[in-house]
Design a protein around this ligand. Structure first.
Ligand code: EPU
Length: 335
């Protein structure tokens, strides 16, 4: 149940479909003094070998159109719906999610780290997130501003960490298909279309192209255990950026909202530190995309953490940049 395929055994496990079932499980955990762990698609977690307490997972994969509001098509989707399946189905209702094709995981997990790829972040298409706040026993609807989406960040990773169980997400899709093609490999579509027969790019073709790009660079978690990007792209001060670019003029960099900062590519930093395609025990950094850690059968959490630390150390020693891991360490003891 985790794409890194780490061996992990929970004290107790249950799936819930309705809010009533969820509330019953939360009460059970409270009565037993069990910590509660919420698992989505298991694609962004590092599980410890033994999870104390109750692990729960949504099995609600319903898709319910809610009609038009403020020019966007609203669709409510259950937290247990597979993310990629939802992206493929979403184009029957509206647009915007196409660039997020093939991201492993579930709909319920998508707002937690505000998943993003190829110039799109899911937060731009979320109207609200519905769930249960454990500490207050309240069912809550958080509108987009309340979710405080940032780069791989949201209120669910901050104030509501370990306190909120997402049960469904209401998406606000664009009614018109205006493809976001600014990201390098997608930009070729601007010249490929309209094609010689005069056909324009369609949502299906954009989804197919994104799947093709992802498959060419990122290992398929169904075949090679991994949990996507292992580190976030770091935001550094302009001063540090200047000193790095003085030495390495080709350093990839992206603008960020705050004037004194620059975002760097963690993949490039790891690659330049010599870790691309390099292994340490039963884990390694992928030979096509240095940002992805892959695991062999039998790899343990300790193997993963050892490589995490070794990569962080190398990048820090070479560039003075601290990398922050993207996947969440789940040990069941923090609740
Ligand atoms: N690069 C290297 N060596 C490598 C790989 C990449 O030098 O081994 C360089 C590339 O040449 C490029 C830069 O690093 O200049 C960035 O690489 P890429 O465009 O592949 O994207 P990324 O920044 O590494 C991010 C997301 C991915 C997302 C892609 C596409 C993060 C942490 N990762 O990767 O998201 O698919 O952009 O939008 O933001 C994920 O979060 O799990 C994930 C896969």
């Amino acid at each position: 149940m985790n794409t890194m395929r780490l061996q992990s055994t929970a004290e107790a496990f249950a799936r819930f479909r309705s809010m009533a079932e969820l509330v019953e499980l939360v009460e059970l955990a409270e009565n037993k003094a069990w910590p509660l762990v919420v698992l989505g698609g298991g694609s962004n977690v590092l599980l410890s070998p033994r999870l104390e307490g109750l692990v729960i997972q949504s099995s609600n994969d319903s898709v319910t159109p809610l009609g038009l509001r403020n020019g966007r098509q609203l669709v409510k989707v259950g937290a247990g719906k597979n993310w990629h399946e939802w992206v493929c189905e979403s184009i029957a209702y509206g647009h915007g999610l196409e660039n997020l094709s093939l991201i492993p995981g579930s709909v319920g997990a998508s707002p937690i780290q505000n998943i993003g790829a190829y110039g799109v972040e899911v937060g731009e298409y979320i109207e609200s997130v519905i769930g249960y706040q454990v500490s207050t026993g309240q069912i809550r609807h958080l509108d987009r501003p309340d979710c405080r989406f940032g780069y791989r960040d949201s209120v669910f990773k901050r104030e509501l960490k370990n306190d909120f169980v997402v049960t469904s997400v209401i998406f606000a899709l664009k009614t018109e298909f205006i493809p976001e093609l600014s990201y390098g490999p997608l930009a070729s579509l601007k010249t490929d279309y309209p094609d010689t027969a005069g056909n324009c790019i369609t949502p299906d073709k954009l989804i197919a192209k994104v799947c093709e790009i992802r498959s060419s660079k990122l290992p398929d978690p169904g075949k090679i255990p991994n949990c996507g990007s292992f580190f976030k792209n770091p935001v550094v001060s302009r001063v540090l950026y200047k000193s790095i670019s003085g030495q390495f003029p080709a350093v990839p960099n992206y603008p960020v909202a705050s004037a004194g900062s620059v975002k760097l590519a963690a993949a490039w930093l790891i690659d330049q530190s010599g870790w691309k395609g390099k292994r340490l025990g039963k884990v390694g950094m992928h030979d096509q995309q240095a940002l992805v850690m892959t695991a062999d059968d039998g790899a343990t959490l300790d193997d993963v953490l050892a490589l995490r630390d070794a990569v962080r150390r190398s990048v820090f020693e070479r560039f003075g940049v601290e990398l922050e891991p993207e996947p969440v360490l789940v040990d069941g003891s923090a609740g």
